[in-house]
Design a binder for this molecule. Sequence first.
Ligand code: GTP
Ligand code: MG
Length: 587
Amino acid sequence: MVQQVAKESVGTKGNHKRTTIFTYTHTKRTGFRFILYAEGKDIEEDIRSLQLDSAEENNGVVNPGDARPEEVEVVDKMEEDSEEVQAVSQPVHPEPKVKHKEVSAVEDAESQQETEGNNKRHLNVVFIGHVDAGKSTTGGQILFLSGQVDDRTIQKYEKEAKDKSRESWYMAYIMDTNEEERIKGKTVEVGRAHFETETTRFTILDAPGHKSYVPNMISGASQADIGVLVISARKGEFETGFEKGGQTREHVMLAKTLGVTKLLLVVNKMDDHTVNWSKERYDEIESKMTPFLKASGYNVKKDVQFLPISGLMGLNMKTRVDKSLCPWWNGPCLFEALDRIEITPRDPNGPFRMPIIDKFKDMGTVVMGKVESGSVREGDSLLVMPNKAQVKVLAIYCDDNRVRHAGPGENLRIRLSGIEEEDILSGFVLSSVAKPVAAVTEFIAQLQILELLDNAIFTAGYKAVLHIHAVVEECEIVELLHQIDLKTKKPMKKKVLFVKNGAIVVCRIQVNNSICTEKFADFAQLGRFTLRTEGKTVAVGKVTELPTGYYVVDKDMECGYLFSILSLYHKTFTDGLLGEQPTWGIL
Ligand code: GTP
Ligand code: MG
């Protein structure tokens, strides 16, 4: 018996093409202007009145009492024509950016459960750290110790590892399910598995440590609430991971940027003969890591907990390490520490937001992701943004169980009607209809420049790959607005043309295709990002401003916006007005 470990990875190509119905275009370049619906209620009012279906269930944000009779008709027709509604969505690029493997739970878990029945809280925990630190071994050991994997399976893995001359890797095989991963002894795709302690249901996300797979690590960390940073105490290994260019540093910085607010720093391989549970080695690692964690933005007293373990031997994990082996350790074991971690609760009543990390066909279209805000119920109507496809929730799966309703923080698979699998890309966001997530091709952000490639200068025209929640997209810095003084944290007066490593700069960023994002101040998880060039993280940033409107209409035709909305719901209406292929957005 072994728990199904699901796998996911991200392609690094960001230059896919897709067409969205409601493109918005920058005023200066197009001559079109924005209708300022952003802060007004107009958009919400209009959509609300159109969206009567399952109104009560839809996060409580749609009020059926608001509907006017003539609009009910529109919706009824829309319901009948759900096939046609989806036909309005323009096809998107078929190349998926996220691969997902071994999701078998949806097929075999048709038994219905209510999440309400399981009162345990849920946390996503990402395992990060330098290559070979022992992330998969520790993850596998957790599954073994929590009864998810039995002895027979372990014996099978021991034999398989031996046959591949990788004897000590058998525990990692629980998480490393690919042949390629097992042969090379390196995680490539993020492994996903579940276990429970007394108080908490955990989803483990086992990230790869190798620098070639940082995009996959980013994808894993962006779904996580907390992180387990695995450091190898073995002689020389801590040093390599911690030196400049080592993934210990890069992962910490990325985790912080991606919203991993709490870290358990496990000093692993304490059993190794070069360590032998040495307090000096443990203290050395703690003292070197502490200033670095502080500099990366972690409050070491409140947000970080250090502890020694042996992932391979399973020591100080489910139960505390024996005093005869490690007399100096008086702290908790890993399971206790995980159980005790407190995180700020998310708002179950907020507008629904679930960035889509993967999708597949299975009696409809199934999307996967973590709920960042709000709740979802079977029967809800939602929007897939940025292509504004109206969809209906047919079924919700949490871990391996079908549930009727799920709240924030949950990793879900949701079966939808009203959209084809090929019309979805990872990075799209399943979103509340009444308060859809912003979809933009341009935004203002504050960036911290980390390490530019040799001889590069950071100036207008700089191109990089943007990673924001599950989005991977090429972007261009189109304007540097001002630099922030590192001492005073205030904007500097003099005009900025270029900046160097370490600088903090506010700039305008453009992407070719609409992406879903939010201001960092409103939705940290959807508003923080990293910029990478040639496989290296060059900057981290947060979105500070979005354009004031998301819809473009001809300046003489302000009602064009309303037409756009109607067209989304009723293709016949659209066809009647504009023929077979309306180019909405720019009317
Ligand atoms: P990547 O996925 O490639 O980043 O590596 P990883 O961090 O997942 O490391 P993995 O679990 O694959 O382990 C790498 C090697 O370290 C294997 O040979 C493990 O047996 C060994 N190892 C992991 N944990 C321990 C431990 O606690 N003690 C000892 N002695 N070896 C360990
Ligand atoms: Mg691994």
